[in-house]
Design a protein around this ligand. Structure first.
Ligand SMILES: Nc1ncnc2c1ncn2[C@@H]1O[C@H](COP(=O)(O)OP(=O)(O)OP(=O)(O)O)[C@@H](O)[C@H]1O
Ligand SMILES: [Mg+2]
Length: 389
């Protein structure tokens, strides 16, 4: 009981601080303006960054400030043997912070990345002010000279991409229940950003490589450099430059730059479809008509008898038929062209939580494909076209 109260009060503080700090600050200055600031010297830049982080965080920033030297020690001089990954913004190394006796992941941002400063600041601020079991924890950061380094808790199972889309031969594929558990936790991370953070936060970069997995395959969202504060007042969307990753972006956002929380719901649908099918959203190694996962799936969504064709072959049939139907129904709802008809992420959480608990799944296993699916979703329950042979 006391633990519950303590969690609640922490959450209240986090919400209050986010609202008061980011929103008030946002009125006078946008986070994006950091990118255009010029500095006389490295030390003035470093001081500026530290001051801004303190000002916005109003004393709530728990992330530690590291010197570059400390991080060289932690990673044995950014030793290539400690390299655990590389993305568009830099390299990630496994390290050990002796003073904390903590294993960490150290992301060194590319120094020539032209948006480096802005993304760095947004990442530090967002992760310092937002706290949830399904968001990765920022241990600290370093802004020494022109170095920009982020230090995160180490996630021993790497990213969902490593287990789902880049599975080396011989590695055991994720089973159905673990897939549903990952989808459920990742949706809860988004739900916190959309519905508990105030103002809402649009994550903007929901994809398999940004979902990190702990030792028990609990998922945590990482990479908040592109996150945006959502619309406030009577505004329905934020207009912004199109950023993010091709294939995962919602069509209205890719075409017009109009960003809402429903853009994240679309990206969730893409990842959920990757989780179910084991296929990458864009895969040029497949036949032309199968290269775009969403385009390939759309006609199949309309014919329930083809649902089993969509399940990842590496599951070797080890999934509950009804669970598959329901999971595909949720994915189809999230992937609707019209943003307003997509569900709220909280509805997605409710639906997937049911799938993830595994309750009564065994009872629902059905060998024939003609069983009625009781998960209502537009376009998936009625259209029985040509039978699947
Ligand atoms: N905290 C962490 N713990 C363990 N591994 C991590 C951690 N953060 C990142 N990684 C690993 O490093 C890889 C690269 O991460 P990074 O965020 O730099 O790039 P990305 O997400 O693959 O691509 P992009 O830059 O386009 O977002 C991840 O896919 C993951 O395997
Ligand atoms: Mg990433």
């Amino acid at each position: 009981m006391s633990c519950f109260q303590c969690c609640m009060s922490e959450r209240r503080i986090a919400r209050k601080s986010l609202k008061k700090s980011i929103q008030e600050y946002h009125d006078t200055k946008t986070l994006a303006s950091f990118a255009n600031i010029s500095f006389k010297s490295d030390s003035s830049r470093r001081r500026y960054i530290t001051e801004e982080i303190k000002k916005i965080g109003k004393g709530n920033i728990a992330a530690q400030i590291f010197t570059f030297r400390e991080l060289c020690v932690a990673t044995q001089n950014f030793n290539p043997d400690s390299l655990i990954g590389e993305g568009g913004f830099g390299r990630v190394y496994k390290g050990h912070i002796e003073s904390k006796n903590q294993v960490v992941a150290v992301k060194q941002l590319d120094r020539n990345g032209f948006q480096g400063n802005r993304e760095f600041l947004v990442e530090v601020l967002m992760l310092s002010l937002l706290h949830h079991p399904n968001l990765v924890n920022l241990v600290g950061y370093c802004a020494d000279g022109d170095q920009r380094v982020l230090v995160y808790e180490f996630m021993p199972n790497g990213s969902l991409e490593d287990h789902l889309l880049e599975l080396p031969p011989g590695k055991v594929p994720l089973d159905w229940n673990t897939r549903m558990k990952i989808a459920s936790g990742a949706a809860k991370g988004l739900e916190y950003l959309h519905e508990q953070a105030n103002p809402p936060v649009i994550y903007r970069d929901f994809k398999a490589s940004n979902i990190l997995l702990d030792e028990e395959f609990n998922p945590k969202l990482s990479d908040f450099g592109l996150a945006k504060l959502g619309p406030t007042g009577d505004k329905s969307h934020v207009s912004t430059r199109v950023m993010g990753t091709y294939g995962y972006c919602a069509p209205e956002y890719a075409l017009t730059g109009q960003l809402t929380t429903k853009s994240d719901v679309y990206s969730f649908g893409v990842v959920f479809l990757e989780i179910i099918t084991g296929r990458r959203v864009i895969d040029n190694s497949r036949p032309t008509e199968e290269q775009n996962l969403v385009a390939w799936a759309q006609p199949l969504f309309k014919d329930r008898r083809k649902f089993t064709l969509m399940a990842d072959p590496s599951l070797e049939g080890a999934y509950p038929i009804k669970g598959l139907y329901q999971a595909l129904a949720v994915a189809a709802m999230c992937l609707q062209e019209e943003a307003t008809t997509r569900p709220l992420i909280s509805d997605v959480v409710t639906a997937i939580e049911y799938l993830a608990t595994g309750k009564k799944q065994e009872e629902n296993v059905d060998e024939g494909n003609g069983e009625k699916c009781d998960c209502p979703v537009a376009g998936t329950d009625g259209a029985e076209t040509e039978a699947d042979s």
